[in-house]
Design a protein around this ligand. Sequence first.
Ligand code: CA2
Length: 151
Amino acid sequence: MTSVYVFNGPNLNLLGTRKPEVYGTTTLSDVEAMCREEAEALGLELVFGQSNHEGQLIDWIQEAGAAVKAGQAIGAVLNPGAYTHTSVALHDAIEGVELPLIELHISNVHRREPFRHHSYVSPVASGIVVGFGVYGYVLAIRGLHNAARPV
Ligand code: CA2
């Protein structure tokens, strides 16, 4: 079965437990269930992960890139968390393995502090979903699936 990856960066394990005014009340395990339902409806297997460690996210990106090259996956949705705004290493990993990737943010980062306005990930993303709350994960999976379909 073809896979779709959904990766989450630092502190997203806290989703639904704090800062509801910014990130809502849905937990990351609820998000995983929403993603699984959407992936299954599209005939895809979901591989879902969260890590607070930059190196772990890079290892997962490289693995996902290899799976896409092998025809076993369509790509990845990544919420890089705060690494969005700091990580040249994530940028290089995505570019290095040519991973089809949708960058996702729950909040509208452009309405927030100026330090959230720049992303190292955006220049190597196929698409970006910003500010739709956790529903953005569903939109991102659909977008990736649509982009991967041969015409
Ligand atoms: O809006 C997003 O999805 C972000 O990627 C979330 C990151 C933030 O650094 C980005 O600028 C935008 C933060 C994730 C931390 O999530 C928390 C959730 C609940 C409580 C505390 C943090």
